[in-house]
Design a protein around this ligand. Structure first.
Ligand SMILES: NC(=O)c1ccc[n+]([C@@H]2O[C@H](COP(=O)([O-])OP(=O)(O)OC[C@H]3O[C@@H](n4cnc5c(N)ncnc54)[C@H](OP(=O)(O)O)[C@@H]3O)[C@@H](O)[C@H]2O)c1
Length: 377
C-alpha cells in the first residue's frame, strides 16, 4: 500500500532524530494514523527512556486503544523480543503488515542488528586517501588529502557511531581532537529527508578508543580537551603501571588486553614475531560495554589489523583529487596483506558519490549488508 510506505518513511525520519543517542537500543519511530490523518507520532529518544511506541502507544496499549492495523518496518532480531509484539497484536485480532521499507529499516539499524546478534559492535573502516591509496606523504603529511565536503561527510560518520577508534601512531603524528565538528542543523541536513521532516538533530559526540600497547598517549593530548565523552585506552600486559595511572588521572579508562602475534617471517634465518593487541578481544570487550558501533579512522597499521582479521562490516573511503605516489608514503592499508585473492575479503559496493572534486565510496564486506535481516547478499 502506498500509504503504508509514506507513513513508514515518516516513522524512519522520526527515528533518525535520535541518531547516536539510543545505543545500545535501536532507533525506533512510530506514527498513529486515523482517517488518513496523523494523530500521534514519536520516537525512542535516548537509551533509558521509553520506546517510540510508548510516545505513540506500545503493543498492549495498541490493543487497548482499539487500533485496527499495525504496519511494522522490520522485526527486532533480539531473541528476547523477536516477533513477540506482533504475536500479541495478531492474537488480539489486529491486522499486522510486516515488513514495509525493510531495506531502509535494515540500514537505519544496521549497527544494532549486528550488535544484538553477535554481541560485538558493527565496525566501519574510514579512510581519506589519494587516488593511489596513500593516507599520508612520505614526510607524514595527511592534512588535507581530501576536501572540506569529504571531511564534513566524515564528521557525519562520527556522529552516527558510538565511538571512533585510532592507533597511537595517529595520536602521536596528528594530535587530533577526534570530535564531531558539525552543528545540529548540518547533521540534520545530511541525514534527514527534508521533504518529510525538517528538525535539527542533537549531535552525539562519539567516545574515543585508542590502541596503545605501552600507554604512550601523552596526557596533554587534545583528545582529553573534549568534555562529556569517554576515552578508552587499550594497552598490553607489558604497559608500565605508572603510564596506566597517569592516563587514568586525566580521565581515561584503561583496559589491559591480550597481545597476539601478527606476523611470523618465513625467512629461514630471521624470525620476526610482532605482537599487537588482539582486535577480537577488544571488540568483545567493547560489546560487553554496550558499544553497538565503532568507526575505525586509522592509521595504516590499525586499519590493516582490522582488515587482516576480517573484523569489519563496512568501508567508507574518501578519495581526494591527488596522487601522492612513493614507496615510503603511508598506504591506506599497511601490514602484511593477503597472499592470494582467494582469501582477501570481497566487497559489495553499495554507493558512490562525487563530493565536489572528491569521491566517496561505500562498500560492505561481502555478506555483511543487512545480513541479520535478509540473509547474506
Ligand atoms: N588519511 C587518513 O584517513 C588518516 C587517518 C588516520 C591517520 N592517518 C595517518 O596515518 C599515519 C599513522 O598511521 P600508523 O600506521 O603510523 O599508526 P596507527 O595505525 O595510527 O597506529 C599504529 C600503532 O598502534 C598500536 N597498535 C596497538 N594495537 C594494534 C593492532 N592490533 N594493530 C596495529 N597497531 C596496533 C601499535 O603501537 P604499539 O605497539 O605501541 O601499541 C602501532 O604501531 C599518520 O601519518 C596519520 O596522519 C591518516
Amino acid at each position: 500500500m502506498v500509504d503504508d510506505v509514506v507513513y513508514m518513511k515518516r516513522a524512519i525520519e522520526l527515528a533518525k532524530l535520535a541518531t547516536g543517542h539510543t545505543s545500545p537500543n535501536p532507533l525506533v519511530g512510530a506514527v498513529v494514523v486515523k482517517d488518513n490523518t496523523i494523530i500521534g507520532e514519536g520516537y525512542h529518544h535516548k537509551a533509558g527512556t521509553a520506546h517510540a511506541e510508548v510516545h505513540a502507544p506500545c503493543a498492549l496499549r495498541i490493543i487497548e486503544a482499539g487500533i485496527a492495523k499495525v504496519i511494522v518496518g522490520s522485526t527486532d532480531p533480539n531473541p528476547l523480543v523477536s516477533g513477540k509484539g506482533m504475536e500479541l497484536l495478531r492474537e488480539a485480532g489486529i491486522e499486522v503488515v510486516c515488513p514495509v521499507c525493510s531495506d531502509e529499516c535494515a540500514e537505519l539499524n544496521e549497527h544494532f542488528f549486528t550488535y544484538i546478534q553477535t554481541g560485538k559492535p558493527f565496525v566501519t573502516l574510514k579512510s581519506a586517501m589519494s587516488l593511489d591509496g596513500k593516507i599520508a606523504t612520505s614526510t607524514g603529511q595527511s592534512q588535507w588529502i581530501t576536501n572540506e565536503s569529504s571531511r564534513r561527510d566524515g564528521h557525519v560518520l562520527r556522529a552516527t557511531h558510538d565511538a571512533m577508534l585510532v592507533g597511537i601512531g595517529t595520536i602521536l603524528a596528528d594530535n587530533p581532537q577526534l570530535n564531531c565538528r558539525l552543528t545540529d542543523s548540518e547533521l540534520s541536513d545530511a541525514l534527514l529527508d527534508k521533504s518529510i521532516l525538517d528538525e535539527p538533530i542533537t549531535i552525539h559526540q562519539p567516545n574515543v578508543i585508542i590502541l596503545d600497547s605501552l600507554g604512550r598517549t601523552p596526557t596533554t593530548s587534545r583528545v582529553f580537551e573534549i568534555n562529556n565523552r569517554k576515552i578508552h585506552i587499550f594497552v598490553s600486559k607489558g604497559c608500565p603501571k605508572d603510564r596506566i595511572q597517569a592516563l587514568e588521572q586525566v580521565g581515561a579508562q584503561v583496559t589491559v588486553v591480550e597481545s597476539i602475534s601478527t606476523r611470523k617471517s618465513k625467512s629461514t634465518d630471521i624470525v620476526i614475531d610482532i605482537k599487537k593487541l588482539s582486535i577480537d578481544d577488544i571488540l568483545t570487550k567493547l560489546g560487553e560495554l554496550g558499544y553497538t558501533s565503532i568507526l575505525v579512522e586509522g592509521g595504516s597499521a590499525i586499519i590493516s589489523s582490522f582488515v587482516e582479521t576480517k573484523n569489519f562490516d563496512k568501508v567508507v573511503t574518501y578519495i581526494g583529487n591527488t596522487i601522492i605516489g612513493g614507496n615510503d608514503a603511508t598506504p591506506a592499508v599497511g601490514g602484511r596483506g593477503f597472499e592470494s585473492l582467494e582469501v582477501s575479503p570481497q566487497l559489495t559496493f553499495t554507493k558512490t558519490k562525487v563530493l565536489d572534486n572528491n569521491i566517496r565510496i561505500e562498500a560492505y564486506r561481502q555478506g555483511r549488508r543487512g545480513t541479520y535481516v535478509h540473509g547474506n547478499r
